[in-house]
Ligand binder design. Structure first.
Ligand code: SAM
Length: 282
């Protein structure tokens, strides 16, 4: 019986049984595999690291999409960087007024996801409100003159092509692409194992925004406890958007979710003491 053994950490790892391989190949940028696991459904890995699974993707995508969108309240233009599996595009397009640009470096991830992970994008790549750019997210924020109300960085970990998306330059250039009071939210790893990522993002993003913090959710296949999402904005009130406002916006959006709700949204900004201590001393 074949197993996939994740290679993200040196001293610990998780292992999934491979029940069927749909696709495995080296793309122009990374090693991509999509397989089936009886517990998790279809699983995508890049360079030996789990990216997304059918069973728990809703937690990640709902929390990365709806938290910044509903905290902001007036999003018209949104930029996704990465996110080739299409789950983020699907989720943000559920807000009927939003036009989305997605910049993904690897065309093969999009193509193979449409073919073998169709439940992620659910047709989102054909939506006329979506513009897809194949390219490096760093180059895009450097060269574009467009402005966005929200930027979501749905990237791989800071190894390989995703590394630049965790640099201070990236946060500075992304800031210049935001409208006034806009928000950037980024995938920031599992801090129990990836403490440096938390400390580095806090420092690097913190140099460019009045408010830099993290919110969190536990996503089973990003194992090791909670995952953090970095949050950068110049509007310090947005992370404390009142519950009644979130409820009213959520209702008006008419979206049915499986993880996100306004109470979870608010609670997600409360961080455990060990992380607050790390941020204070790191
Ligand atoms: N949810 C996942 C996670 O938390 O690990 C991320 C999934 S998504 C598949 C990550 C995407 O980021 C990949 O498709 C990868 O090709 C893309 N990516 C990595 N570096 C990038 C870059 N510099 N510019 C644009 N896209 C990038």
């Amino acid at each position: 019986m074949k197993h996939f053994k994740e290679t993200l950490y040196d001293a610990v790892c998780q292992e999934f049984r491979i029940d069927k391989i749909y696709f495995e190949s080296k793309t122009e940028h990374q090693h991509l595999m999509i397989f089936h696991n009886a517990q998790l459904g279809r699983v995508m890995t890049l360079d030996g690291v789990v990216q997304t699974t059918e069973a728990d993707e809703f937690i990640y995508h709902e929390m990365m999409a709806h938290v910044p969108i509903l905290a902001h309240g007036k999003v018209k233009k949104l930029l996704i960087i990465g996110g080739g599996d299409g789950g983020m595009l699907r989720e943000v397009l559920r807000h009927a007024d939003i036009e989305v640009t997605q910049v993904e470096i690897d065309q093969a991830v999009i193509d193979m996801s449409i073919q073998y992970l169709p439940n992620h994008s659910q047709g989102a790549y054909a939506n006329p409100r979506a513009t897809i750019v194949i390219g490096d997210g760093m180059d895009f924020v450097r060269n574009s003159d467009e402005k966005f109300d929200v930027i979501i960085s749905d990237s791989t970990d800071p190894i390989g092509p995703g590394e630049v998306l965790f640099s201070e330059d990236f946060y500075a250039l992304a800031k210049a692409r935001l409208t006034e009071g806009g928000i950037i939210a980024t995938q920031n790893g599992v801090p129990f194992f990836q403490q440096d990522e938390l400390i580095n993002t806090h420092k690097r993003m913190g140099m460019h925004f009045n408010d830099t913090t993290f919110y969190s959710a536990a996503i089973p296949t990003y194992y090791g406890g909670i995952m953090t999402f970095a949050w950068g904005t110049d509007n310090i009130k947005l992370r404390q958007t009142p519950l009644a406002t979130l409820e009213q916006r959520f209702q008006a959006a008419g979206i049915k979710t499986r993880y996100y709700n306004p109470a979870i949204h608010q609670a997600a900004f409360a961080l455990p003491q060990y992380l607050l201590d790390t941020l204070a001393t790191g």
